[in-house]
Design a protein around this ligand. Structure first.
Ligand SMILES: [Zn+2]
Length: 528
């Protein structure tokens, strides 16, 4: 989420979510921190969405909870995806549909929209003109010269804006470390065709539920080889319905059928397109791998994982591949066939952009620090003054004044965790507790003690979960606990919480010395 400010007015570009990693157990999604805009909500002129990926639109339902009438601006498909999502949150947004080539003012911001291609159709870059200068934000993009829909990244407009003078260029950095050029989506056709031609059983394809062009290639191959297709997984069914209805997905008559209608067909006339390409435990493919799905993968079937392998998901994905092969399926994936190309511009394409646009200042966006650094280095190689490349982190404030961009401050911008029905209730501290519970277990110690002397009335009760469970293991903790209680009474400590903390420390030292473990320890002190 990027916020532009001019004359006290605000324009938001994208509002996405992050997905939790292994060190964030139990978290559903992670939102941007709205703290800074929360007391400026009435000054927001619009939120512009560059494309329909979750990491760019997923936070919008939560933003609109803060102020429901913020105009939501985007292309036709992007708006259709966000509207479907908002419907699940029972929110009806105020939308403004825009298309490439269009120029429209939102309050203080004169916006021009430019076609870019990416791993979802209908992506837009946005050029923002204010009295402070011209800012060009690419959103996520690549420069596929032969895209399936013929909609190339509009370099002519990039060049025209460059002639006018781009004061600040915000540019996608995701693939800045990858040398050369991202190959065309169409180059996957042979590998996909081979799968459909050679598989004796069913073909089961997993992909992102928004990758309309990848799925189009799968549908085309299925059609050519006489297979019927069913979509599996809620988001896949929903998004493909939208894409088809709006004309982004071309489906030959009778090709797509309901899952239940596949039963009457022989295996070699069946194809399934499902979610779960990242090994997500609740998605269709993982459930098939775990035999927790009506579809039983078997000998003769081929599973085609037509997607990237997002760092952090490797273990989950390989677990799914292992299980699927155990059931006898042939699994074709990025590692053994050419079934995926990236949706982001590689270093070569980025260099072209810098040379075409010749921006006055560059701010690499999207990606981790190393990607931003690599992108800045490409801009410097193309002749941009190193002092005019701004590498910003979440929360950085960048001023554009007199044609010069620089970091001038920070605003709060932590991660906000959505956990079940709560937003922001889970903190880093709660996640630390969860990790401790997962890795070390929990030990509850109930002590009945005389408040005056601190003397234990009886042996404490030790209740352990996920930690040593043999009662014998705890015998030698009692003297340490008694010493802590005696010390507390001698020092005249009467506050129960303080006494419990002393007991917790004593037990923690004991657990570490005796077991080399650090369980979560919950002391409970009861007056004798
Ligand atoms: Zn994207």
């Amino acid at each position: 989420m990027t916020v532009f400010e001019h004359d006290g007015r605000l324009l938001i570009v994208d509002c996405g979510v992050l997905f939790p990693e292994e060190h964030q157990p139990g978290v559903d999604v992670i939102l941007p921190d709205f703290t800074w805009i929360r007391d400026r909500l009435d000054r927001i002129d619009a939120v512009v969405l560059t494309h329909g990926h979750e990491d760019h639109i997923g936070g919008v339902p939560y933003l609109l909870r803060e102020r429901p009438d913020i105009p939501v601006v985007g292309s036709r498909l992007t708006l259709a995806f966000i509207e479907a999502k908002l419907k699940e949150h029972r929110i009806t947004p105020q939308t403004v549909e825009v298309r490439e080539g269009q120029r429209q003012r939102f309050g203080s911001f004169d916006c021009e929209f430019i076609a870019v291609n990416h791993s979802i159709p209908d992506g837009l870059a946005v050029a923002i003109r204010t009295a402070a200068g011209l800012v060009l934000h690419t959103g996520d993009f690549k420069m596929d010269q032969f895209p399936l829909d013929g909609r190339v990244t509009d370099l002519r407009s990039f060049a025209r804006l460059g002639e006018e003078g781009v004061d600040l260029f915000l540019v996608d950095s995701t693939n800045a470390e990858v040398p050369g050029f991202t190959v065309s989506e169409g180059e996957l056709a042979p590998a996909i065709e081979t799968v459909f031609r050679t598989t004796p059983g069913r073909v089961i394809v997993s992909s992102f539920a928004s990758h309309v062009h990848r799925i189009q290639q799968v549908l085309d191959a299925a059609h050519a080889h006489g297979r019927k297709v069913a979509f599996v997984g809620r988001s896949m069914v929903r998004n493909m319905g939208i894409a088809r209805e709006l004309g982004y997905l071309t489906v030959p008559k009778g090709l797509v059928v309901d899952l239940k209608d596949l039963d009457r067909l022989p295996a070699n006339q069946i194809a399934l397109v499902c979610t779960g390409s990242q090994g997500e435990p609740l998605a269709a493919l993982s459930r098939m791998a775990n035999r927790d799905h009506p579809i039983r993968v078997t000998e003769g079937d081929t599973v085609l994982m037509a997607s990237s392998l997002i760092p952090g998901n490797e273990n989950a994905i390989y677990r799914v591949i292992n299980e699927l092969t155990r059931w006898g399926a042939n699994v074709v994936h990025k590692g053994n066939a050419k079934v995926h190309v990236s949706g982001h511009a590689s270093a070569g394409e980025l260099a072209y952009c810098f040379n075409i646009i010749k921006p006055r200042n560059v701010m690499p966006v999207h990606g981790e620090w190393r990607h931003l650094r690599a992108n800045a280095d490409i801009s410097i190689l193309s002749g941009i003054d190193p002092k005019r490349t701004v590498i910003a982190e979440d929360g950085s404030v960048i001023d554009l004044v007199n044609g010069r961009a620089s970091i001038t401050g920070t605003v709060p911008a932590g991660l906000v965790y959505v956990d079940g029905a709560t937003v922001g209730g889970i903190t880093e501290e709660s996640l630390h507790v969860r990790r401790t519970l997962a890795e070390e277990g929990v030990l509850t110690i109930v002590c009945i003690a005389d408040p005056d002397t601190g003397k234990l009335a009886e042996e404490p009760d030790y209740l352990a979960h996920g930690f040593a469970s043999d009662a014998m293991d705890f015998e030698d903790a009692t003297p340490a606990i008694q010493r802590a209680l005696t010390k507390a009474s001698k020092e005249g400590i009467v506050d129960l919480e303080q006494i419990e903390e002393l007991v917790r420390q004593a037990a923690s030292t004991w657990a570490h010395r005796r077991h080399r473990r650090s369980p979560l320890i919950i002391p409970v002190i009861v007056d004798a």
